[in-house]
Ligand binder design. Structure first.
Ligand code: TYD
Length: 136
């Protein structure tokens, strides 16, 4: 699907446990400008419901699980995130919704730009209209 890929990270495990290191420009395909994490999500709550015009992000369920629904304006798919060694790369102009958070879920997100509300498209009809405009 356009605009999203799974990225596998090496687990550096030893007798003490496990460690994953993520380097910008190496393990993820951009320099990391921002890190945020979603946790303590109330049962039954879904989040997201937006696309970004330019932002690239990689989302990792470092604890627990959730489901990321992705929509490129033509196709939809759901990706279950439940592995701290797997990241989901989400490119620009991809509508995303996050569902089915487990109570323990910690969703870590790496982004290539600082927070910028003007980069968001929060209305689905505006997103599909922008996709049509880009296709012309
Ligand atoms: P929002 O992006 O709407 O969350 P979600 O898409 O997961 O539902 O962000 C929720 C609030 O947090 C909103 O007021 C904006 C703020 N926020 C920041 O200030 N910086 C950030 O990096 C992010 C992601 C959100």
């Amino acid at each position: 699907m356009l605009g999203s890929d799974l990225v596998k990270f090496d687990i550096r495990g030893d007798e003490r446990g496990s460690l994953v290191a993520v380097e910008g420009g190496n393990d993820v395909p951009f320099d990391i400008a921002r890190v945020y994490y979603v946790f303590g999500t109330v049962e039954g709550v879904s989040r997201g419901f937006h696309a970004h015009r330019n932002l690239r992000q990689v989302a990792i369920a470092v604890q627990g699980s959730c489901t990321m629904l992705l929509d490129d304006g033509h196709d939809r798919r759901s990706v279950h995130l439940d592995d701290p060694s797997v990241g989901l790369h989400i490119g620009p102009m991809t509508w995303r919704e996050m569902h089915d958070f487990t109570p323990d879920c910690v969703l870590l997100v790496l982004a290539n730009q600082p927070y910028d509300e003007s980069d968001y498209i929060r209305v689905y009809e505006e997103f599909t209209a922008a996709i049509e405009t880009l296709a012309r």
